[in-house]
Design a protein around this ligand. Sequence first.
Ligand SMILES: [Mg+2]
Length: 341
Amino acid sequence: MAFKLHIETRRLFLAHTWTIARNSSDYKDNVFIALEKDGITGFGEAAPNVRYDEDAQRTTERIQSVSALLEQTDFFHYENLIRRVRQQITDQNCAVAAIDMALMDWLGKALNAPLYRIWGLDPADTPPTSYSIGIDTPANMQQRVRERGEMAVYKIKLGSENDRAIIEAIRAVTDKPVRVDANEGWKDKHQALENIRWLAGHNIQFVEQPMPAAQHEDMVWLKERSPLPLIADEALHTTADIPRIADGYHGINIKLMKSTGLQEARRMIHTARAMDMRVMLGCMVESSLAISAGVHLAPLTDFVDLDGHMLLADDPVRGLSLDKSGRILPSDQPGLGVVMD
Ligand SMILES: [Mg+2]
């Protein structure tokens, strides 16, 4: 049957300038794909990230480079298919993630069931998502919390001059759970420990990537002393990284764009469980398409941070909902259950 691969870069504008410890942005160029076979179309999205030397142009080229492989392989053989795609695309993990996502969307549509049902998961087991607040003045960050008063958990970006003033400003307006992400912003282990001890007195759930991923020995030192759980983000991509970093962190933040997609993310969850590590599911700045892929996996995790679509000025995809307890839930439609505008 006819095979079609459509690839398109879309510029997604952010509702507010997005600043973290290492950079600032007003928009993201994400790559959307539509994979059609046997009259069924699966959709996927890649969010290239400069931290991992990714961009929309190379992502597009890499996806095009596996077009013949996709055309020649039965999509029901998705495990070995994505393994071969990973062997051919080794430098733009987000490109593989888009393909994996489109295959899973296609699979659900072909079987006429939502992906979570195929995987035996119940959306009711999903933890509430955090809502992330990028670095800004303490007053503006406090205002973001007020504007999103319906959220159950907040994730506060730190790693600037104002870390303590920011947390004090946030704590002045909410007593809800707050988690912190320093995005490798603290370079000295003694400074990092001092910051974490101070945060532990302000009812913080955990700290994500306090120090640079490359400073692993410092993370081992920090883990032995930290009063709060430490979660790895920039320090890992795939399952193979987990044993290497386990002595420096209590848990891992899995992102589909780093992992090469849903199939590898599932393996990472089971590997982390076997190593008694906590599991968080995060995201990049993504539309509801890539976020929906994470949502189908979220019932397996401890912490959810699937808010990328909420940071957009105009989300081009529909289908997700936010319930009263702050959980992002999928629709009951087949596959990923979303509709492109
Ligand atoms: Mg992070």
